[in-house]
Design a protein around this ligand. Structure first.
Ligand SMILES: Cc1cc2nc3c(=O)[nH]c(=O)nc-3n(C[C@H](O)[C@H](O)[C@H](O)COP(=O)(O)OP(=O)(O)OC[C@H]3O[C@@H](n4cnc5c(N)ncnc54)[C@H](O)[C@@H]3O)c2cc1C
Length: 406
């Protein structure tokens, strides 16, 4: 699967940060992690620090799957608002998922500081705009639902938005718990720490066959050499293979662009993350070198040729949306790219053991906030591998798809 089109911004900004060897001889380890994106990075750092022998394998160069295409807004809200998610799954799970998102952001901050990973982590407010007049009621319901479970949220009314930002929206929901990060630097930084704790990080090696037995799992690769592991973690992102359990999902494409460096933006001094109630929605943030990074314009196709063809039109659309929010801003589009995106039916990631084999575990962060889901995946899978269980495991299991369906 082509995960993305054109060179995304982070790759150009950071260049080749580290080189990793490939697999040249067969290895044995406690845990083999397939996928060296942000999900594989969180999990490998965690398991290597716990003293396990870890091998990470990626068929691309490290971090060059969806992770480098991400706009990397760290938000705790999943794509379904709390007041709707409470009905779609159950109130307890909905509340827990929202809280896990908040914990994930704090934990990423703490970890990156503790490990001194220079990844541009910065706390931001998140501002969700009412795209249409009638969405105001939806945001009011959402504010009430979040306050009921004790979350800190504010509803900014029309007058306030007009006065402080110069916008004409009916209202916006503001939360203090959000952040931004450079996902490429974070991924490499975590993998470097994992290496120092003994992990072997290997790229340009594709796992072609997975052969589980009662005592271990044998991974065959396109390099001929094999990896035998007690457990295998699939942190393979949006790519599915024969061994991926059945999920209730759909694949879309999303588009992104970055502007050149811009002057002060009136009405955006606080550098909030901005998104909206419309579906599909636009999502935007600033970068640490004063650009604007904006994504959206999703379409129901994951075909690379369709995506490629649409990039100029979609970047023009994103530029129009940016101008509509900040009419005095002068900018040029510096880069535009696109990527595949998988959404689950209930907006939750799939994290847990394969229903067919307990030594195969998955962390598939499907949904708008794959970055925070990556952290949650690392938490849950570390619990399953190290302690044999995790209190939140059943919420994200493949099995829950059957529960939702029945
Ligand atoms: C344009 C865009 C904007 C986004 N914006 C945001 C955002 O603002 N906030 C947010 O939270 N999320 C966002 N996302 C989603 C987020 O980027 C992803 O959820 C996240 O990067 C997934 O990370 P990952 O490590 O799971 O997958 P990936 O980064 O894709 O890593 C998986 C790796 O597995 C490897 N792999 C797969 N199969 C094999 C195999 N058989 N053998 C060896 N290696 C294999 C691949 O090569 C790949 O490198 C965005 C995505 C896109 C495309």
């Amino acid at each position: 699967m082509d995960l993305r089109s054109c060179e995304p911004w982070w790759l150009l900004r950071n260049g080749i940060m580290w080189n990793y060897p490939s697999l040249v001889r067969s290895l044995t380890c406690d845990v083999a992690i397939i996928g060296g994106g942000i999900t594989g990075a969180f999990i490998s750092q965690r398991l290597a620090a716990a003293g396990l022998a870890v091998v990470v394998l990626d068929k691309r160069s490290i971090g060059e799957g969806s992770t480098t295409a991400s706009t990397a807004l760290l938000q705790y809200e999943v794509d379904t608002p709390l007041h709707i998610l409470e009905k779609r799954v159950d109130a307890e799970t909905a509340e827990r998922v929202y809280r896990l998102g908040i914990d994930a952001i704090s934990s990423i901050e703490t970890l990156s500081r503790r490990l001194r990973v220079d990844c541009g982590f910065a706390r931001r407010k998140s501002l969700q705009l009412a795209s249409r007049e009638r969405d105001a009621l939806r945001l009011e319901r959402e504010v009430a639902a979040r306050r009921r479970i004790g979350l800190s949220v504010r509803l900014l009314d029309r007058e306030r938005l007009a006065r402080e930002r110069g916008w004409g929206h009916a209202c916006a929901l503001e939360t203090p718990e959000a952040a931004e990060v450079d996902p490429f630097r974070l991924t490499h930084g975590l993998l470097q720490r994992a290496r120092r704790d003994g992990a072997r990080v290997l790229d340009r090696v594709e796992v072609t066959r997975v052969r589980p037995t009662a005592r271990s799992v044998l991974l065959e690769t396109d390099r001929g050499a094999t990896v035998r592991a007690s457990h295998v973690v699939f942190a393979t992102g949006y790519e599915t293979a024969a061994w991926t359990p059945k999920t209730r999902t759909r694949v879309v494409s999303t588009f992104a662009m970055v502007t050149d460096c811009v002057d002060r933006i009136e009405g955006w001094d606080d550098r909030s993350l901005i998104w909206e109630t419309a579906r599909p929605y636009i999502y935007l943030r600033r970068t640490d070198d004063d650009r604007v990074l904006i994504g959206g314009g999703d379409i129901d196709s994951a075909t690379a040729s369709t995506r490629d063809r649409l990039i100029p039109a979609k970047s023009a659309y994103l530029a129009r949306r940016l101008r509509a929010l900040f009419p005095t801003l002068h900018f040029d589009v510096d880069r535009a790219w696109a990527g595949a995106f998988v959404e689950s039916e209930d907006s939750l990631p799939y994290i847990g053991r394969s229903p067919k084999h307990r030594r195969l575990l998955f962390a598939l962060g499907y949904g708008g906030n794959g970055m925070t889901f990556a952290w949650i995946g690392a938490e849950v899978l570390a619990g399953l591998i190290v302690d044999g269980d995790h209190p939140d495991a059943t919420r994200f299991s493949f099995d829950r798809a059957r529960r939702t369906a029945s």
